[in-house]
Design a protein around this ligand. Structure first.
Ligand code: PMP
Length: 304
């Protein structure tokens, strides 16, 4: 990726990237009062045009987060949509980009302060997973996934990533690429920044929405694409041991996209190679995000 970001949108205004500021004692930073979205825009190889993938779904999830956080006078969906499109347009990237849209409490105060709300949107280059063809090695973490009645994973709050971060650092210290987290009941939840999918006997299995997962946009996309490919899908609670007997395992998320998992706890997944259904879904995802198929045009918002 040759391009670099020079402009960022802060509270609706384009400013030089390095000049974005919040006070270190802002409630967003001091108490983690911030929610965000990670979004990708993809270039169509034939037209050279960028489209933002599933922008409306990301904006809807962010609205849910802002409501849950009881933010005062949060920015409207129209304002944030404009901010996303402007963050990309202003940087004129010549390749795909990753977009971080974040809404936070900008003022100083206590942990219960609900305003003043500020927001920022940055479009930056982001490499794809270097393991998207070869596959990841994951380890089941001894850290437990954050729970809905303590720190709800359904809300994409920046503070959630404290838990993801410690699990990731431990997984890396133990020689894995990333962790798999279990719920307090010991059921499969997700990884630290992506959802988990398994394939057993030709059936796609993904932990249910009540397994302390982020209700991932990519997971929803994968389930729709699987149905279109004739792969049945079960959204249900799943056991840890299903990882060891699965034919295929993969992670999915906006940042990770679709990445095969070829080892779990140092045991090979299936025959230890990326699975056929995984790679079929990866190809279908690539076509739909980039718009090399006409299908699901409504999922792609062209950058003006
Ligand atoms: N789970 C977690 C914890 C994440 O951070 C992400 C990335 N946002 C995902 C799942 C995937 O979500 P999405 O497909 O909406 O990007």
């Amino acid at each position: 990726m040759a391009w670099s970001a020079h402009t960022i949108i802060q509270n609706g205004k384009p400013i030089p990237f390095e000049e974005a500021r919040v006070h270190p004692l802002s409630v967003g930073l001091a108490y983690g009062a911030a929610v965000f979205e990670g979004i990708r825009a993809y270039m169509n190889p034939a037209t050279g045009r960028l489209s933002v993938f599933r922008l409306e779904e990301h904006l809807a999830r962010l609205d849910q987060g802002m409501k849950f956080m009881r933010f005062d006078d949060p920015p409207s969906r129209d304002v944030l949509r404009q901010g996303v499109l402007e963050s990309v347009r202003a940087n004129a990237p010549d390749d795909d980009c990753y977009i971080r849209l974040q809404v936070h409490i900008e003022s100083r105060g206590s942990q219960s302060t609900t305003g003043k709300v500020g927001w920022v949107c940055a479009a930056i280059p982001r490499d794809r997973s270097p393991k998207r063809e070869s596959g990841l090695s994951l380890g089941v973490s001894s850290w437990t996934r954050i729970a809905d009645n303590t720190m709800p994973a359904r809300i994409k709050a920046t503070a959630n990533y404290h838990a993801g971060r410690i699990a990731t650092l431990q997984a890396q210290a133990d020689g894995y690429d990333a962790p798999i987290l279990l719920t307090r009941e010991g059921k499969l939840s997700e990884s630290a920044g992506a959802c988990l999918c398994l394939v057993r006997d030709g059936v796609l299995i993904t932990p249910a929405r009540d397994s302390d997962i982020l209700e991932s946009v990519t997971r929803g996309t994968v389930m729709e694409l699987a149905a279109e490919l004739g792969v049945p899908c079960e959204e249900r609670r799943a056991d840890r041991t299903e990882l060891y007997v699965a034919d295929e395992v993969f992670l999915c998320g906006t940042g990770q996209e679709l990445v095969p998992v070829t080892r779990v706890d140092r045991l090979p997944v299936g025959d230890g190679k990326p699975g056929a259904i995984t790679m079929q879904l990866q190809a279908a995802y690539e076509a739909v995000v980039r718009g090399t198929t006409d299908a699901h045009a409504a999922w792609r918002t062209p950058v003006p």
